[in-house]
Ligand binder design. Structure first.
Ligand code: GCO
Length: 471
């Protein structure tokens, strides 16, 4: 009996330590349940100043962006001789938004929207280093004027994945002077448009740019260089701070934010410590590090197998809001026998997936909002949330569930001030080309005809219902 007792105690202590470790590394919101019934009984009021919007990006919708890293990339082949873009597609005229922006602004009005997020194409504004095309800035000023005439608030993104070829050839964001180069561009744009534009987002998804371009090699410059990825990630965040300071110098009243992509990582089972730790390190390195950078000015990155970096800009709180781009989560288990040391796990039905194969997971939006609001009281704008759904059978439910979750987050005290659906139009979805359809409006690329999808009407219904709750 005496021999058994110590062994039993040791075993109990080990089990207890294991349980404590699992709890320590587990996201506290992982058990959040979307109670549709309770949510629907809540008022759907979102507040008088809530921004109801849709988002696009220049390269994906404008057409004729021919002087940037992506226009170059889409003509190249991968190491296996395959085209970089599905079926060798080219962006070309895209959704011809450059020429049809007045028509597209009427679509925003048709949906009862009061805000529009779009990006200015750096390679068109600054086609050669230090040479700025006033005619291009004239165009964007006409877009802004047209939005105001129609009572729609512009939110301009300065950098959305694309670089002018001259910048890419110099090394892009691998360069330590890249923040100053981007801030010079930002200065020129804000000098021209700053009196008419209140909301600015500096950089779209620094983590995605760094990981896709330098780890997974699916985006330009298509490198497999994790160490370089961390430098690029750091320089993009530094560039955000440089742009923030440049904008505030010209327009102190401007509201300036960074667009954080939070794609949650979860373990297949919540009792497996290695899988729970993997999810924790990925969420911390790729998402929490961005929010912490904004509040502290310190880039603290550490991901086993990728590397670590600590960089203090000495500029905390260089932001007025956080833009949240949320889509879904990825479920991975740790696997030491694979190159990436992790393997995706997914056993979901087709109806629970988008056309990009992402899980439809509205609870994750609540978790992502909490990840931000637990670190800063500043406003959050959901600047991208949408579904690739060519059948349009899941779009209405997707929109309703994610707006119900947004409403629940508001009721739980989170400072959510707007929602921008991705995207207003079907567009060029990077390496998927035109194969996936995110648009509230379908686009027939042969005729450029826009058609409102039935599933998109739910968005307008909720917006108008929200207005009802306000009065
Ligand atoms: C991104 C970009 C968008 C995408 C959208 C759908 O997150 O990659 O911001 O350009 O098109 O997110 O994937």
């Amino acid at each position: 009996m005496k021999k058994v007792f110590p062994a039993f105690v040791v075993l109990m202590i080990l089990v207890l330590l294991y349980a404590v470790a699992v709890k320590w590394f587990t996201d506290p919101d992982v058990a959040m349940v979307l109670d549709r019934d309770r949510l629907r009984t809540d008022s759907l009021g979102f507040g008088m100043d809530f921004l109801w919007g849709a988002s696009t990006s220049a390269y994906q919708v404008e057409g004729n962006c021919t002087n940037c890293n992506w226009s170059q990339f889409e003509t190249s082949l991968d190491p296996h001789g395959h085209p970089r873009i599905a079926h060798g597609q080219k962006c070309g005229l895209a959704s011809d938004h450059w020429n049809r922006y007045k028509e597209d602004i009427q679509l925003l009005k048709e949906l009862h929207l009061n805000a529009f997020r779009f990006s200015v194409e750096w390679s068109k504004v600054e086609p050669e280093e230090g040479v700025f095309a006033d005619s291009v800035l004239d165009h964007y000023e006409r877009v802004v004027d047209e939005l105001h005439v129609n009572g729609i608030e512009p939110l301009i993104t300065l950098h959305h994945f694309t670089n002018p070829i001259w910048f890419e050839r110099k090394g892009g964001f691998e360069r330590d002077d890249s923040p100053a180069i981007l801030a010079r561009f930002a200065t020129r744009v804000v000098q021209r448009l700053g009196s008419k534009v209140r909301f600015w987002s500096t950089i779209n998804e620094p983590n995605v740019y760094a990981v896709e371009g330098y780890v997974r090699a699916t985006f330009p410059p298509a490198k497999h260089d994790p160490a370089e990825a961390i430098i690029v990630f750091r320089n993009l965040l530094r560039a955000h701070t440089a742009c923030y300071q440049a904008i505030k110098k010209i327009r102190p009243e401007a509201q300036v934010g960074l667009l954080a992509n939070i794609f949650l990582f979860d373990p297949p089972e919540r009792w497996n410590l290695l899988d729970v730790m993997l999810a924790h390190y990925l969420n911390t390195a790729l998402s929490v590090s961005v929010i912490d950078y904004l509040t502290t000015g310190v880039f603290d990155f550490s991901l086993p197998g990728m590397g670590r970096e600590h960089f203090d800009t000495g500029v905390p709180e260089a932001f007025d809001f956080v833009g949240l781009n949320y889509y879904s989560r990825l479920v991975y288990r740790f696997d030491p026998f694979t190159e990436e040391k992790m393997v995706a796990v997914q056993h979901l039905r087709r109806e629970d997936l988008t056309d990009k194969g992402w899980e439809i997971y509205p609870e994750g939006l609540y978790r992502a909002l909490h990840m931000i609001s637990s670190r800063t009281p500043k406003p959050i704008y959901i600047t991208e949330n949408g579904i690739a759904d060519d059948s349009d059978l899941r779009r209405a439910g997707f929109i309703e569930d994610h707006l119900l979750v947004t409403n629940r987050a508001l009721h739980d005290g989170m400072n959510v001030k707007g929602y921008f659906y991705w995207s207003l139009l079907d567009n060029f979805e990077w390496t998927d080309g035109f194969d996936v359809r995110f648009g509230l409006y379908a686009v027939d690329y042969a005729t450029q005809k826009r058609t409102l999808r039935k599933g998109s009407v739910k968005y307008r219904e909720i917006i108008m219902q929200s207005d009802k709750w306000l009065h």
